[in-house]
Design a binder for this molecule. Structure first.
Ligand SMILES: *Cc1c(COP(=O)(O)O)cnc(C)c1O
Length: 394
């Protein structure tokens, strides 16, 4: 998703990438811990519980740090729920637009909170959940609701828009549908400030307030950009405290992006340059395979020491190493001509990148590394190769 201008630039400059094999994602453990500390302060001040949404950030080699500050994770698939259970621990929450019977059989062994998307999904899976409870599993159930209040401008990321499949709208909720349901969940925000949450809560109360008194918890989903420098934390704390005082019910938040905002870089190397109407550089990374949100969102990532086209003397179109014609990251300008072997550092590449990469064209996935600001050492946790490509096929 889109990244704040030069977020994490000072973090990136403190990492010595001169000896690094590329392409490589590097997450700075100091920056990650700073985000986690801030989230822990919000948990404590607002009196809410914050979970990591694995959909946005699932670099499990960092989870020993994450588990010191957050209560657990939320998952959008069985694989994410299992990763949460095995690698993070704490509370495991789960939501998906639909679960098959097979998936539910596995999920009840992994999750503490299971949120269903529709009353029909609850009816279908209730017997499996109740059987698991009788066998000793403590599982709390929730329904995702859709209050139809829109705060997100990009349709791709707006769960509250017309004909949405995400969450049950008020007209689709009938007497008895909440029988046995412990909590209400909404997720209608994306990269927003706390004023948007305040409005979303008002819409939630207007549509579903009559049901809140019988709930054991509510979950306000993700999309809270809490760790962004201009985020209004005081308002967030105030809004959650007021909600808790009014309804006397525990509140969960489950940000993904905010956990990893500004904490990681993607390092790549220039492989070739030539002229065809303009200067072109081929990199050992790819928009489509390594940072698909550049094309999907779309957005323009920030590169250390690069400017807008024409701002500096040497402008290049930066392209990836796949055969997709549109595998272009963008046009950027530099103080000096680019040369084969030069390293380019893309900012704010920890979230919605590693979790979205593909082996399209058989291109190698970027290695995954962490940087420890205390020792200044980079540790490469994982390198990828031929087998990662082959094993996705048959
Ligand atoms: C994507 C998602 C999140 C996390 O959203 P961010 O924008 O990364 O904070 C949380 N909950 C649900 C249900 C989601 O789909």
């Amino acid at each position: 998703m889109s990244k704040g201008a030069s977020l994490g630039e000072s973090v990136a400059r403190a990492i010595d990438v001169s000896q690094l094999e590329t392409p490589c994602f590097v997450t700075d453990l100091g920056a990650l811990e700073a985000n986690l500390r801030l989230l822990a302060t919000v948990q404590q001040r607002a009196g809410c519980t914050i979970l990591l949404a694995l959909k946005g950030f699932a670099q499990w080699s960092t989870f020993r740090l994450v588990k010191r500050y957050l209560a657990g994770a939320t998952s959008s698939s069985i694989a994410e729920a299992r990763l949460a259970r095995e690698e993070l621990g704490g509370e495991v929450h789960a939501y998906a637009p639909a679960y098959s019977d097979d998936e539910m059989r596995e999920l009840v062994t992994l999750a503490d909170h299971i949120v269903l998307n529709s009353p029909a999904q609850w009816k279908r899976h209730r017997p499996a959940i109740e059987a698991a409870r009788r066998a000793g599993r403590k599982i709390s159930t929730g329904l995702r609701v859709n209050h139809e209040h829109q705060e997100v401008e990009v349709a791709l990321y707006d769960p509250a828009g017309a004909c949405s499949r995400l969450g049950t709208t008020r007209v689709n909720l009938h007497e008895g549908d909440l029988d046995g349901i412990d909590g209400l969940h909404f997720h209608t925000l994306c990269q927003v400030n706390s004023d948007a949450l305040e409005r979303a809560i008002a819409a939630f109360e207007l549509k579903f307030g009559e049901f809140i008194p019988r709930m054991k918890w509510v979950n306000f989903g993700g999309g809270h950009h809490i760790t962004r420098p201009d985020y209004d934390i005081e308002r967030l704390v105030r809004v959650i405290q007021a909600f808790r005082a009014k309804w006397q019910v525990p509140v969960y938040l489950e940000p993904g992006e905010a956990v990893a905002l500004g904490t990681g870089i993607l390092v790549s190397t220039v492989m070739d340059t030539f002229h065809n109407g303009m200067e072109i550089a081929i990199l050992d990374t790819s928009a489509t395979a390594h940072m698909p949100d550049v094309l999907e969102m779309p957005y323009r990532p920030v590169i250390v020491d690069a400017g807008d086209p024409g701002a500096k003397p040497h402008t290049y179109r930066l392209g990836g190493m796949t055969c997709l014609a549109g595998d272009v990251i963008g046009d950027y300008s530099f103080d000096r001509p680019l040369a084969v072997g030069d390293k380019l550092v893309f900012l704010d590449m920890a979230h919605y990148t590693m979790v979205k990469t593909t082996t399209f064209n058989g291109v190698r996935l970027p290695s995954i590394a962490t940087h420890d600001p205390a020792t200044k050492r980079i540790t490469v946790h994982r390198r990828f190769g031929y087998h990662d490509y082959r094993d996705r096929l048959s």
